[in-house]
Design a protein around this ligand. Structure first.
Ligand SMILES: Cc1ncc(COP(=O)(O)O)c(C=O)c1O
Length: 291
């Protein structure tokens, strides 16, 4: 992983219909997205040069944009081709892929209906989000809650929704934790700042219903993998006072993959069989090694 800032790296990005050198991939200061968060994005991962669930990510990007009231001028199939062409052009095998779409700089006010819509894809080489996985990570409880569906467009992967994630992640890091567990507006357990959460009790998986946060692509893959193993999966409202009743806990996400949790706000969890099984199953699936 390079530590060179993104604006000063060699290589290419795809932007508004063409490949441009990464150093030249710029937007204007008065871009609506920068001021009003009229922006949606995807985080994807390529393994061995192939993006896991590329089409689902492209379709979710389109869905996210529609929720914010704009249409991306490149279809999901076209985006799939662009993403893979970019990875090939960069010579990457295992990489993170960031697709993004946003409103441009024609109008700068709350209303932006006539602004042009822009789209770009960037990629960089990337290893584990949380290194040394089975050791488990530590979460604190976030100081911010996921908003209600009538408070924010929570079924869109919209940039604006990440303001409270960044604040919560910073608070966790400042307190010596790896990440933060966010509750929702009702006080139910929701997810981490960039990943969904699962718990284990008596051999069954419990995970919050994604009714006010992202129903992750990895989350859905892990549910399918668990069911294939005959593990019962219960999607339901989970309350903080239940935390002590769970034996294992883990996060799922494109970046996190399956990441075991060893502590939530002083409560200990022991990454064990079910977590390890699903970690390996997901890794094999994403890397297409399970055939
Ligand atoms: C807030 C949030 N929740 C959950 C996820 C997991 O989603 P996925 O598995 O589609 O990457 C992500 C990552 O995209 C996220 O940012």
């Amino acid at each position: 992983m390079t530590t060179q800032p993104f604006h000063d790296r060699d290589g290419w990005v795809w932007m508004d219909g063409e490949f441009v050198p990464q150093r030249d991939a710029k937007v204007h200061l008065l871009t609506h997205a920068l001021h009003y968060a009229s922006c949606v994005f995807e985080g994807e991962r390529a393994y061995g040069g192939v993006i896991y669930k590329s089409r689902e990510h492209s379709e979710r990007l389109h869905h996210s944009a529609r929720v914010l009231g704009f249409q991306i001028p490149y279809g999901p199939e076209e985006l799939d081709g662009i993403k893979h062409e970019l990875i090939r052009k960069m010579g990457f095998e295992d990489a993170y892929v960031r697709a993004v779409a946003w409103r441009g700089s024609e109008q700068l006010g709350v209303s932006a209906k006539s602004n042009t819509v822009h789209c770009a894809v960037a990629t960089w080489q990337w290893g584990d989000y949380f290194a040394d996985k089975m050791k488990g990570i530590r979460l604190m409880v976030a100081p911010w809650r996921r908003p209600a569906p009538d408070t924010a467009p929570c079924n869109s992967k919209a940039a604006g929704l990440y303001m409270i994630c960044t604040l919560s992640k910073h608070a966790a890091e400042d307190a010596g934790f790896n990440d933060a567990l966010m509750f929702d507006w009702r006080g139910q357990i929701a997810e981490a700042t960039g990943a969904n959460i699962f718990f284990v009790r008596d051999g069954a998986l419990h995970t919050p219903k994604p009714d006010c946060f992202l129903d992750g692509i990895t989350r859905r893959s892990v549910i399918a993998l668990a069911e294939k193993r005959g593990i019962e999966v219960i999607e339901r409202a989970i309350f903080p006072n239940e935390l002590a009743t769970f034996s294992e806990a883990f996060l799922t996400g494109t970046a996190a993959e399956v990441t075991p949790i060893r502590e939530i706000a002083g409560m200990a969890f022991k990454p064990a069989n079910i977590t390890e099984q699903l970690l390996h199953d997901y890794s094999a699936l994403a890397r297409r090694k399970n055939a």
